[in-house]
Write a protein that binds this ligand. Structure first.
Ligand code: MG
Length: 346
């Protein structure tokens, strides 16, 4: 198989604020994996806080290209991905790009969408949350108006005054909310009070309230919270889930953290065995990676796959959004096609 790399800068429609930073673009590297005239596509989306850069990703993917060159696309997926993973530590987004492209290529070779190849079946459209970043009241109001189609909003909290932020949102909408503190909370008793108050505000779940290192606080809160407490930064890969099961009631799985669809499916299996809720999430990525993750929608409790709505220069089409739901395409593989010949793999 021949792996080609295409660095690209995704532009956000609005500056995106979370509790630790604000940004307007996200660097990414796309890949095309070709075999016998067919090309599968993949994406490594690289928000700076995860520590992967275009340079580290390109270096890793060049090693991956050397490894993949003598291997036919008919090779066993698990064997190929194990070899890719063994090329080096970290580089989860780069590994995800290869995983996504390999599954896309396999689907194209068989002429089947991933959800059919795996026997999951085509998920009906699922309501996704749309994320509203931390911002001024005027911009929050504008974003809520723009989100009119969406049935659930996700609010980034973890600020100095979260109640004021939620009250501001509630001036403009009564829709159910997910809240994501992005590790911004510190005190367990205040957190429990907030959880009760948030439940009264029609909030459905709390994501990553405490810093990753404060596992005991998360466990304490999860045992008492009237709302599910969902791990995000605390769980990247399969091996993080064992300890997280005693700290959280659910997990937000993202391809850019967990190295791709293969491991995501194993994580969903383990989460279920541990009676954890499953959320499918995304980075500020394009329709490429999001359409790949959407293949797994039938396995999840909560869908947070809004990214293509947040960027203005999406180089792919794939899933579509209708009345705030994610609708799968019937295309083979991960269900995408490039909108320009920039990623044609030539
Ligand atoms: Mg999060």
């Amino acid at each position: 198989m021949e792996l080609k790399l295409y660095p690209y800068t995704l532009e956000l429609k609005h500056p995106f604020g979370v509790s630790s930073n604000t940004r307007t673009t996200t660097p990414s590297v796309y890949v095309g994996l070709s075999y016998n005239g067919l090309t599968g596509y993949g994406e490594a989306c690289l928000p700076a806080y995860l520590g992967e850069t275009v340079d580290t990703t390109v270096r890793f993917l060049q090693l991956a290209a050397d490894l993949l060159r003598p291997i036919p696309a008919t090779a066993d997926v698990h064997t190929v991905l194990k070899a890719i993973d063994a090329l080096g530590p970290g580089c989860e987004a780069a590994k995800a790009a290869v995983d996504i492209a390999l599954h896309d290529l396999k689907g194209k070779m068989d002429g089947l969408p991933f959800y059919s190849q795996t026997g999951l079946g085509k998920s009906p459209p699922r309501a996704t949350s749309l994320t509203i970043g931390i911002d001024s009241e005027a911009l929050i109001a504008k974003k809520i108006t723009e989100a009119a189609d969406f049935q659930i909003l996700k609010i980034k909290i973890g600020t100095a005054d979260d109640k004021a932020l939620v009250n501001t949102v509630r001036k403009y909408t009564s829709k159910p909310l997910y809240v994501d503190a992005n590790q911004g909370w510190n005190d367990r008793y205040e957190a429990l009070d907030m959880a009760h108050w948030l439940k009264e505000q029609n909030v459905l779940l709390i994501e990553q309230p405490f810093p990753v290192r404060r596992a005991e606080e998360s466990a304490w809160l999860s045992a008492r919270s009237p709302l599910p407490v969902i791990a995000d930064e605390s769980v990247k890969r399969l091996h993080d889930l064992d300890s997280a099961a005693s700290q959280f009631s659910g997990v937000n799985i993202k391809l850019m953290k967990c190295t791709g669809l293969y491991e995501a499916m194993n994580m969903i299996g383990l989460a279920r065995r541990k009676s954890m809720k499953v959320m499918l999430g995304c980075m500020a990525e394009s329709s490429c990676a999001t359409s790949a993750m959407a293949q797994l929608m039938s396995l999840a409790d909560f869908i947070d796959l809004d990214a293509p709505n947040l960027i203005s220069n999406d180089p792919f089409v794939g899933v579509t959004y209708q009345a705030g739901t994610v609708v799968l395409s019937d295309l083979p593989g991960i269900g995408v096609r490039p909108v320009t010949d920039h990623f044609s793999g030539k």
